[in-house]
Every structure is written in C-alpha cells, then in structure tokens.
Design a protein around this ligand. Structure first.
Ligand code: PMP
Length: 444
C-alpha cells in the first residue's frame, strides 16, 4: 500500500470496531457543507458523508422539529400504535413517486430497504401463484448494501466472495458503462444493447425463475455516477413487462433531490414497481429508509395474510419527524433546482481540470452526483497501475487539505478504473463549488 501522507495524531486505543485500524480525528460540529474536528481542522464535506447530508449539516429547522417530537414520543412500536409523522411522511413521499407507487414501508437504512424489496418481490411471486420466481437479477459492478440479501444483488466480488455461497446466488448483467465503449454504435444503440443483455440473461436463467431486476437509475458508489444512455430505460421496462418481472429502482443514493430531480429515474419518467430510498431522506438527522411499492405488488401480499417482514425501529416517530422536516427544507431551500444548477457548474469545472490533468477522463453525472475516472490513457480508458493506489492517494491528499471526496477503484467490470465522486450538500453555493474544486485541483 502507498504510504499515507496524513499525519497520524496520537489517539488513545479505541474499543470501536468498524472495518479497519485506520483512525480519524474526532468530529466536533458540522454546519452547511463544513465539518469541524476537535483538533481544530475544518473539512469541506464534498461527498455529504456517503451522499447523505443532502440538505446540509446543522439545519436548525430540522433540529427544532425533532426536539418538538422528542417532547411527545420518541418511539412507538408499529404493532401497538400508529403515529402521525409516519402517516404524514408516507403520504408526502408517495406523492413524489411515479405511477401507483403509493405503499410505503419504512426502515432504518439503505440495506434494510433493499432487503425489504427483495423479500417483497419474492412474496409477491408466491402470492400471485408463481412460486418458482425467486431470482433477482442485478448488475456488475453495483452496490446495494451490506446485509446478506443485499450483498447477493451486489455486483462486486471483492465484497461478496468471502460470504459465499449465499452472496453469489443471484445472476448479474454488465452495467451500461457505455460512455467509454469504443465501437461504431451510437449512444442510443449502446443503451439498447446493454438493456438487451437483461433479456438474454432472463432467457438463460429461465423466465419462470426470475422475480425481479434491480438497478440504480444513476449509478452511485460502484460506478461513480454512471448515467445510462436515454434509450436504456424504456427498453428495460419493456423487457420486464414482457417477462412479468418486477423492476426495482434502488434510489438510496440517487434519490432525495441528489441528481437535480426528486428521483434519479424522474429524468426519464421511469415507472419501476418498487423504489428503495434512504440516505438523503433522513439527510443524516435520523436513520431512515423506505421501500415504496406499487399497489399491484403489495395488495396480493396483504391478501395472502401479510408481508412476512419488518424491523423494530421501522417508522419510528422521531425518524419520521426528521424526514418530514427534511422534505420541507428541501422545498424551502430549493435543493432540486440548486443541485441542477451547481451540478452543471461542477461538470464544467471538472472538464476544465481534465485539461490540467490528462489522467482525468469520463466526467459524468447529474445534479450533484458527479464522477470521473482516473486513467493512464484518456483515449481508451486504460487503467492506472493498481499499485499506484490512485484512489487512496487522492482520498488522502484531499483529506490532508480539508476536503472529503469519495474515491474508489471500480471493481467487477474487468477494467478496474480508479474514480472519484463529488457530491456535496445540495445547498452548496457557487463560491463554495469554486473553493471545493480548488482544493481538489491541488490534491490531484
Ligand atoms: N443501495 C445503494 C445504492 C447504496 O449506495 C447504499 C449505501 N452506499 C445502500 C444501498 C446501503 O445503504 P446503507 O449503507 O444505509 O445500508
């Protein structure tokens, strides 16, 4: 591993156990796009945590709404009591969904939302007399969560192989990395070609065995803001309809105004059957997630005797009060409009950086989910040597300069490109975009 340039401050041994031995400074406070640590440093949160803090940190209205709810009831178990914030949030969320997606199932995070979608698809198949349908086709590369079920639809062998066999049970098709394909096809044709791979996979697996297909409308962690060609979406819907397969859109990262519209799929007027959300809907104020499904899918399951699934903290009034206040603030602060406008600016700024740094290629994304690759040759997207650890170097050098970026090496598509994402809070100003890109430039 390349040596990290971050000065290690001496901290007492910790009993916390997350993933690695890496230590980080203690957080002190956070406001807007900035986070301060106890050692007196200030960071620009250029990725909103992992694309969570959509309305920005330290929002006083959300904090006040949560305090008001705390005075009333912080917890009420759904099997014993209904609660108003959950009812109201479900009503408002369903108004933002396409088609007849107006059944909302609350959870506490993204992985729980994806688990819920997988189980709902499976139980829908059983409830509609198609008990052989159990597979959920996913894409490679992709990320859909860390629990065993969500991992099984995650296309990243580095994450899934250790936990085999359960995590390798689901079939995968390539994600449409069409922006860097070198062929004679138009973007339009590439979109269709990638979508047709779903049909080929369904036929190879046997249509009677497939319950659902899961995808992010705009790719997040695994592909650094990958945007499929426009033609992809309609063709995917057509194939799902033809074979009676449910379409699940994972909007955990792309949803909640992140890409300049409330849902990533709204850019193409998509009509999925199930949508998963988390991250931005709680914006870091509360652990909150939701699975929103169409009546057509939910009703047979309820008729069958109920959805055999649920979590203790689901729909708790405090998290839902936070979610309601976040929705209000998104509207008041104009998050969708600002994400669209600042995203255009950010794309232009990054394209400017490609002239200074020829190893940057494939600038892409929508709204404030913007990614780029770091390559040896920008013409044919030749990866940088793995032992250069470009992604870790960028993370470290930016961190040292007070900027949080999201950087990984794409895995599972055979190429292994280093990439980074910029996804600041949606309230970022023009001046702050300039400040962020300035620090990024120094780090690059
Ligand atoms: N789906 C997507 C698209 C995600 O990006 C993530 C988290 N990065 C998840 C699911 C899992 O969410 P969580 O970490 O909240 O469980």
């Amino acid at each position: 591993k390349a040596p990290s340039p971050i000065a290690r401050t001496e901290q007492p041994a910790s009993h916390l156990f997350y993933g690695s031995r890496q230590r980080r400074p203690l957080v002190e406070r956070a406001e807007g796009i900035y986070v301060w640590t106890q050692d007196g440093r200030r960071f620009i949160d250029g990725s909103s945590g992992p694309m969570v803090a959509n309305i920005g940190h330290g929002n006083r209205n959300v904090i006040a709404a949560m305090q008001r709810q705390m005075e009333k009831a912080t917890f009420a178990y759904r099997l014993h009591f209904e609660n108003e914030p959950a009812e109201e949030l479900a009503r408002l969320l369903s108004q933002k969904m396409p088609g007849d997606l107006d059944r909302v199932f609350f959870v506490s995070g993204g992985s729980e939302a994806v688990e819920s979608a997988i189980k709902l698809a499976r139980q829908w198949a059983v409830a509609t007399g198609q008990p052989k349908r159990w597979k959920v086709i996913c894409r490679m590369p992709s990320y859909h969560g860390g629990t065993m079920g969500a991992l099984a639809v995650t296309g990243d062998l580095a994450l899934t192989e250790t936990f085999a066999p359960q995590t390798l049970a689901m079939p995968a098709i390539p994600a449409p990395t069409a922006y860097r394909d070198r062929d004679n096809l138009s973007m339009e044709q590439r979109g269709i070609r990638y979508a047709d791979m779903l049909e080929e996979k369904i036929l190879a697996e046997g249509p009677e065995s497939v319950a659902a297909f899961i995808m992010e409308p705009i790719g997040g962690a695994a592909t650094a803001a990958l945007v499929p060609p426009d033609s992809y979406f309609a063709r995917i819907r057509e194939i799902c309809d033809q074979y009676g397969i449910l379409l699940i859109h994972d909007e955990v990262m792309s949803g909640a105004a992140r890409t300049g519209k409330y849902l990533g799929g709204d850019h193409w007027a998509c009509r999925p059957d199930i949508i998963t959300m988390s991250k931005g809907i709680g914006s870091g104020y509360a652990p909150l997630g939701a699975m929103i499904a169409s009546r057509r899918v939910v009703e047979p399951v309820l008729d069958m005797g109920g959805f055999q699934h649920g979590y203790t903290y689901a729909g708790n009034p405090l998290a839902c009060a936070a979610g309601l206040a976040v929705l209000d603030e998104m509207e008041l602060l104009g998050c969708e409009e600002n994400a669209a406008a600042m995203g255009d600016l950010l794309i232009a700024e990054l394209q400017g950086l490609t002239e200074r740094f020829p190893f940057i290629a494939g600038v892409r994304g929508k709204g404030l989910l913007i990614g780029a690759d770091m390559v040896a040759d920008p013409q044919d997207f030749t990866p940088l040597p793995k032992d250069k650890h470009a992604n870790q170097r960028l993370l470290d050098l930016a961190y040292e300069r007070g900027l949080i970026v999201y950087s990984r090496r794409i895995r599972g598509d055979g190429l292994g490109l280093d990439n980074f994402i910029l996804a600041p809070p949606l309230i970022i100003t023009k001046e702050q975009v300039g400040e962020m890109v300035g620090v990024l430039g120094d780090s690059l």
